[in-house]
Write a protein that binds this ligand. Structure first.
Ligand code: TRP
Length: 452
């Protein structure tokens, strides 16, 4: 093999790795560790998990492939990618607006994501100070409620998280962060496995596992289907152009299908393993699975409190959660930052600063809605619940439909077939992206909104 060939092969491998790392960094985050378990708890367990997995496989993976493909084809930031590709295909300029939807969705998600990431920062200190040693369910609950009830504390942690995000994003693509994904994510995986082993040895293991894996459709609420769908988009990081952006750095010749399957598989595995760690503890201590967003913060400290060197492991765990959160936060804010510096002529630094500041401000509302839930309500939802609902359950799925329609109907079959190089299985993807994804996501949305 000539030196040049060797370099070529090496280059391709490292680029595929870089894409997989960046995309997994964006996918694996609070969505897997914090959100998935509490949504499973609120939506009755196994049946929800099953529907979630169906959404990932049948709708999420084809759309992820489409989003990556569009990015690689367009080689620009999402708004310009869609504009250019639409022009080439002779379609309208309106497609550029889809990129806009993504900018706004990412911005709104980050505004509350940062508050929750702030909770995990707070827990790094709660764990390392030994404050949580030997806690029982009662004490763990009191500690969490004290944090949730304090606007001042949440203000500090939310601000710190936003500062960390802005300082990383303002430096552009960061090597240190790539290393963080490469080494810290496997470590997070190992920590979750250790928690799983602990949980499986507890009294409530059987009950926890059957709650998680035994589908009981009578426990599903009317809205569950829509929540499962929204969570699939949220957890995979789809529907807002983040993956499109990463796809634009992907060299030709790398298999988009394989990369998508690896990312979606890892993301789903981590979410399920987080569930396995949490529900046995819930049942051992007779807690309520449907307690909501505090679930991991009220359960995991109990497990750490009982382990040898638990405060050390607990500290490491929340540090890893913080890193998982920050690699996702970067993906969430990137479209806003890119738009500001591409279209508004700002420097990368001030673009990051201004978007971070705006996110931070909106986040203050989320903090209020946690600490003073009675006053910060509109109709039947708190401000946090509204933000979550509008972004995860409406904007991301709608973004997903539009991406599917664009890839399936606006782009020609020759274009997409050439990009995917799937051989005979291409027809399967084409069917999924033309019919299954738009109709499936559309019907779930209509049903969810209609029955709201
Ligand atoms: N997927 C991340 C998580 O599970 C959050 C996230 C990152 C995201 N990028 C996104 C959600 C894009 C929606 C869209 O924590």
């Amino acid at each position: 093999m000539s030196e040049q060939e060797q370099r070529l092969i090496h280059g391709q491998w490292s680029s595929r790795m870089a894409f997989i790392l960046a995309a997994s960094g964006s996918a694996i985050g609070l969505g897997n560790i914090w959100k998935f378990p509490y949504l499973v708890g609120e939506n009755g367990g196994g049946a929800f998990v099953l529907i979630y997995m169906l959404c990932v496989v049948m709708l999420g993976v084809p759309i992820m492939m489409a989003e990556t493909l569009l990015g690689r084809k367009g080689r620009r930031s999402p708004v310009n990618t869609l504009l250019n590709l639409a022009r080439q295909a002779g379609a309208g300029r309106l497609w550029g607006q889809v990129g806009w939807l993504g900018v706004v969705a990412g911005f709104l998600i980050l505004s509350y994501y940062s508050v929750i990431a702030g909770w995990s920062l707070a827990y790094i200190f709660k764990m390392s100070s030994g404050f949580m040693n030997q806690v029982d369910a009662e004490k763990a609950r009191t500690a969490f409620l004290a944090l949730q009830g304090s606007p001042e504390l949440q203000f500090i942690w939310h601000s710190l998280f936003m500062i960390a995000t802005v300082s990383i994003v303002s430096r552009g693509v960061n090597r240190g962060l790539e290393a963080a994904t490469r080494y810290l994510m496997p470590l997070l995986f190992i920590m979750i496995l250790a928690l799983d082993l602990f949980a499986l040895g507890s009294e409530g293991a059987g009950q926890g596992l059957s709650f998680l894996f035994k589908p009981d459709f009578s426990r599903l609420s009317g809205e569950s289907l829509m929540i499962a769908l929204g969570q699939a988009f949220f957890s995979l990081g789809l529907g807002m152009g983040a993956i499109m952006m990463y796809g634009s750095y992907l060299p030709d010749g790398v298999s988009i299908t394989r990369a998508s399957l690896i990312v979606a598989g890892a993301d789903t595995l981590i979410a399920l393993l987080a569930g396995v760690a949490i529900f046995p503890i819930v049942f051992t201590h007779h807690l309520a699975p449907g307690m909501g967003p505090g679930l991991i913060f009220e359960t995991l400290p109990i497990a750490f409190g009982k382990m040898p060197a638990g405060h050390l492991f607990g500290t490491i765990f929340f540090v890893l959660v913080f890193f998982a959160a920050i690699t996702s936060a970067i993906a969430l804010i990137e479209p806003t930052v890119a738009w500001l510096y591409e279209n508004r002529g700002m420097s990368r630094e001030s673009a990051s600063l201004w978007s971070g500041l705006a996110c931070w401000l909106v986040g203050l509302g989320t903090i209020q809605s946690f600490s003073d839930p009675l006053h910060w309500r509109i109709g039947d939802k708190s401000l946090f619940e509204w933000l979550d609902f509008v972004t995860a359950e409406l904007m991301l799925p709608i973004g997903g439909i539009l991406i599917a329609v664009f890839a399936g109907w606006v782009l020609s079959a020759e274009t997409t077939a050439g990009e995917l190089a799937l051989g005979s299985r291409y027809r399967l993807w084409r069917f999924a992206i033309r019919y299954l994804a738009p109709l499936g996501v559309g019907l779930i949305l209509l049903r969810g909104v209609g029955g709201m």
